[in-house]
Design a protein around this ligand. Structure first.
Ligand code: SF4
Ligand code: SF4
Length: 344
């Protein structure tokens, strides 16, 4: 069936439908990553009743794909109830998790997901644990193995945030993913510039030099990517590695831009036209990085996503005038054809 509303979303700055939503079910987390400030759940997070009401609104507004994120979603005790709420109709559900509770809670949530994305930042315990601030490597791999060996399992993938202390491990990470028989692996650059990842609330920033690559490391990173494109040609072609070699070179260019040795790579993104991020207290954001333009406790969603300010933001994103967009590490681009053919 053709989705004309979604198609019009991609063509205008108005929101006729909201196909993709990223919902932070909690902002509490059981890891202590150096690049993120989420730690404790907020005192006034959305209740199950409020999430039920939100789901009703989203489903009548054309939701196709819900991504649960946070914080760590599996920390929330009634998370299976939340999944159940969204499983009333046939929409895609994806879980973004740090994996620490995956082994413990997989049975409760197994049936709901199309894909489980596990963020892992090291191919060895020392690297993973130092970036993530908690002894977590073995427990996460246990959880991953449990998912892989289960019947009728969802897709499972790794997402790696590339930074100073792990870029040399890229080949090992690919080998680890292959040996665990997971479905795919993707890489993105560490975000140091935005106020996402809880840094807005705490006012914290991270020291660039602790995570960014210096001149020599950028050159080394480019060589690693060149070698990967030779050694893993098949895995790039069959989508096991989500990014193309060209996209990985953009990561290297991003790090060079941070030390003023290159321009930031050109991003293509229409996230605010096809999606929204809803925080655990109901704020609605155009994407992970741009500020909130309303709260579902104060206004109905269809009005929030069509407010004057968000329509203005969509025009600015399209015109590529926002600094956040020019330095963004995690974009989303849904081509108009995919929108029309309802592929979310
Ligand atoms: S990056 Fe993810 S896993 Fe790490 S502290 Fe933040 S929410 Fe938790
Ligand atoms: S490029 Fe980044 S900051 Fe800009 S709209 Fe897309 S996700 Fe948001």
């Amino acid at each position: 069936m053709l989705n004309y509303k979604a198609y019009f979303n991609t063509m205008t700055n108005r929101c006729w439908t909201l196909p993709i939503v990223i919902l932070y079910v909690t902002e509490g987390c059981n890891l202590q990553c150096r690049m993120c400030s989420y730690r404790k759940p907020l005192p006034d997070e959305l209740t199950l009743d409020e999430i039920q009401k939100l789901a009703d609104e989203l489903l009548s507004f054309g939701l196709r794909h819900i991504v649960f994120s946070g914080g760590e979603p599996l920390l929330r005790k009634n998370f299976p109830d939340i999944c159940q709420i969204f499983s009333r109709v046939n929409i895609k559900q994806t879980l973004l998790t740090n994996g620490l509770l995956l082994s413990k809670r997989y049975q409760e949530i197994q049936s709901y997901f199309h894909e489980i994305i596990v963020s892992l930042d090291g191919a060895t315990a020392d690297v993973q644990n130092s970036i993530r601030g908690v002894d977590s490597f073995d427990t996460i791999l246990q959880g991953v193995k449990k998912v892989v060996s289960s019947n009728q399992r969802p897709l499972i993938s790794f997402r790696i945030v590339i930074q100073k202390s792990n870029f040399r491990q890229m080949p090992m990470m690919i080998e680890l993913a292959r040996s665990l028989k997971i479905d795919r692996i993707s890489f993105l650059a560490v975000d140091v510039r935005s106020v996402a990842y809880g840094r807005l609330e705490t006012g914290e920033t991270i020291s660039d030099s602790s995570v960014n690559l210096n001149h020599e490391e950028c050159s080394e990173f480019e060589e690693i990517i060149k070698q990967l494109s030779i050694d893993y040609q098949k895995q790039f072609e069959n989508g096991f590695i989500s990014e193309s070699p060209e996209k990985l070179h953009h990561l290297a260019q991003y790090f060079k831009a941070l030390i003023k040795e290159a321009e930031f790579p050109r991003n293509h993104c229409n996230a605010p036209n096809v999606s929204a991020v809803i925080t655990s207290t109901g704020d609605v954001l155009p994407c992970y990085f741009l500020p909130s333009y309303g709260n579902i406790r104060q206004n109905i969603l269809s009005s929030i996503v069509n407010s004057e300010s968000i329509r203005q933001t969509r025009s600015e994103v399209k015109a590529y005038t926002l600094k956040q967009c020019q330095q963004c590490v995690c974009t989303l681009h849904v081509p108009f054809r995919n929108a029309l053919f309802d592929k979310f």
